[in-house]
Design a protein around this ligand. Structure first.
Ligand SMILES: Cc1cc2nc3c(=O)[nH]c(=O)nc-3n(C[C@H](O)[C@H](O)[C@H](O)COP(=O)(O)OP(=O)(O)OC[C@H]3O[C@@H](n4cnc5c(N)ncnc54)[C@H](O)[C@@H]3O)c2cc1C
Length: 456
């Protein structure tokens, strides 16, 4: 690799200030806040426009150097760490909110717009509209999260965030520009059909099919008031029926389950948190009353949430990381796995066993997508960043969780390299062949995030 030549070509495209091969500046791009091992990066580049992205991709083809697109870099599963070195393309300078279409309820964004920025912009300028954000730090990007099928407080009603994408502008692996969804033939970015839906090629494929430069994401009406109804129970076997019953009504905006080994008073219980919304207190009171009755009838008890807990859960994003730092030392990673509802009790029981086996305080939860069409169960493993053995301990627990997930008929979400390999080993061979055919055709030089979803 002619590093000096590549550096000077990149400088010509984005300017000297927005490209670097200085080890001190590359360091932060070579590590992940989760349990992944560091990986080396040759260049970081920060384009400001679609044209710059295209020029960089064309250059990468010329030199056959890998490119890894990065938003906030916060998946925790090493997805923006280059497997085969090369260029990390940090999208954060592409941070324009291009359009808010109030009537058709969508936001057209450049790929570097963060969830925090979009949410603040809507709160200020369109207080009647909201976007579903993940419970991740507000520095994550709307694109990065939607592209990994992330989830947030509106996923029970509207599906995961990948399903909220209306359209994409993409720089293909050969540098050409392509628009998918209604934007491919209309000035309006309002829909992904009714035309062959190729947007799915870009979700959960971790940047191997091209670089998204713009996306349109759905917005939703914002109710005036929001509250939660907290409940608890002890046995996992009531979960399917309880969730089925609650989601058979239109009472809730979002539902979470939580299992936490600390503080001691929480250790013996599974918590159910139903979010309710309305325009008046009377509306909320009626919903609360109905939910309390439904909890009771289906094996759970109502509990008034302690004010601090209630406030934390009502934040958007709620402060999810506080429970994860039981180990001290700041590290945690989680496997979020998609399950059918009937497998959730077993998944939770197995998750608690794995935590106990590895000496980690059990910290698990679940979130519903659609009317129980999918339940995402998350298994969180804390570790001390300063202790390599403890990090390895978390990695081992994550691996075992992925194995159990697949055995139970679930699918690991935003899987790190090892999880991707396990999925590819189990998947229908023709699924794999189709993936390989598409990938090889789109990216004959193999420059787009190589190593991820690798099918030989
Ligand atoms: C405390 C905490 C809580 C969390 N809670 C949640 C939660 O409730 N819900 C949830 O969904 N997630 C959650 N997460 C996980 C994660 O932070 C988010 O999903 C996050 O939104 C990922 O976005 P990002 O911008 O960091 O993506 P990145 O990590 O930058 O990228 C994700 C993937 O998309 C690819 N990619 C990024 N940008 C582009 C692009 N422009 N074109 C093509 N490919 C691209 C990357 O190569 C990578 O493979 C949490 C994380 C933390 C640390």
């Amino acid at each position: 690799m002619n590093k000096e030549k590549i550096l000077s070509e990149l400088q010509k495209i984005v300017g000297n200030a927005f490209v670097s091969n200085d080890p001190a500046e590359l360091y932060i791009y070579s590590i992940d806040p989760g349990a992944s091992k560091p990986r080396s990066v040759n260049f970081v580049v920060m384009p400001a426009s679609t044209e710059e992205v295209q020029a960089i991709v064309k250059l990468a083809n010329e030199y056959k150097i890998p490119i890894v697109p990065m938003g906030g870099g916060l998946t925790l599963s090493g997805l923006t760490l280059p497997v085969k070195g090369g260029i990390v393309m940090d999208m954060k300078r592409m941070n324009k909110i291009v359009e808010i279409n109030k009537l058709s309820r969508y936001a057209l964004l450049e790929a570097g717009v963060t969830t925090g920025r979009l949410q603040a912009y809507l709160d200020k300028n369109y207080p009647e509209l909201q976007v579903s954000v993940p419970d991740a730090p507000p520095s994550v990007t709307v694109a990065g999260n939607a592209l990994i099928n992330g989830s947030g407080f509106l996923t029970h009603q509207h599906g995961d965030h990948g399903a909220m994408i209306n359209g994409l502008e993409i720089v293909l692996p050969n540098g050409e520009l392509c628009k998918l969804g209604s934007c491919g033939l209309s000035d309006y970015w309002f829909s992904r059909g009714p035309i062959p839906d190729l947007i799915g090629l870009y979700t959960s494929s971790f940047g191997i099919m091209g670089i998204v430069t713009k996306l349109s994401i759905k917005l939703y009406p914002k109710p005036k008031m929001r509250d939660l109804v907290f409940g608890l129970f002890k046995k996992t076997d009531i979960i399917p029926n309880l969730l089925y019953k609650v989601t058979s009504t239109d009472l809730v905006e979002d539902i979470l389950l939580g299992i936490q080994g600390k503080p001691d008073w929480m250790a013996d219980y599974i918590f159910i948190i139903s979010y309710i919304t309305g325009n008046t207190q009377d509306e909320l009171d009626k919903k609360e009353k109905k939910l309390k009755k439904m909890y009771r009838k289906n094996g759970a008890r109502f509990m008034k949430a302690p004010p601090r807990l209630r406030d934390a859960f009502l934040e958007k994003p709620q402060f999810a990381a506080n429970a994860a730092d039981f180990r001290k030392g700041g590290g945690f990673e989680y496997v979020g796995s998609f399950f059918p509802l009937e497998k959730v009790p077993e998944a939770i029981e197995e998750g608690v066993k794995i935590s106990e086996k590895y000496g980690i305080v059990p910290t698990l939860g679940a979130r519903i997508f659609g009317a129980t069409h999918t339940v995402m169960v998350f298994f969180t493993y804390a570790f001390n960043r300063a202790d390599p053995d403890d990090i390895q301990n978390a990695r081992d627990a994550l691996k075992e969780t992925n194995e159990i997930t697949l055995k139970l008929g679930g699918i690991p979400w935003k899987g790190e390299l090892e999880a991707q390999k396990m999925i590819l080993e189990k998947i229908d061979p023709q699924y794999k062949n189709l993936l390989k055919t598409i990938k090889n055709h789109l990216d004959p030089n193999g420059i787009m995030n190589p190593g991820n979803w690798e099918v030989n």
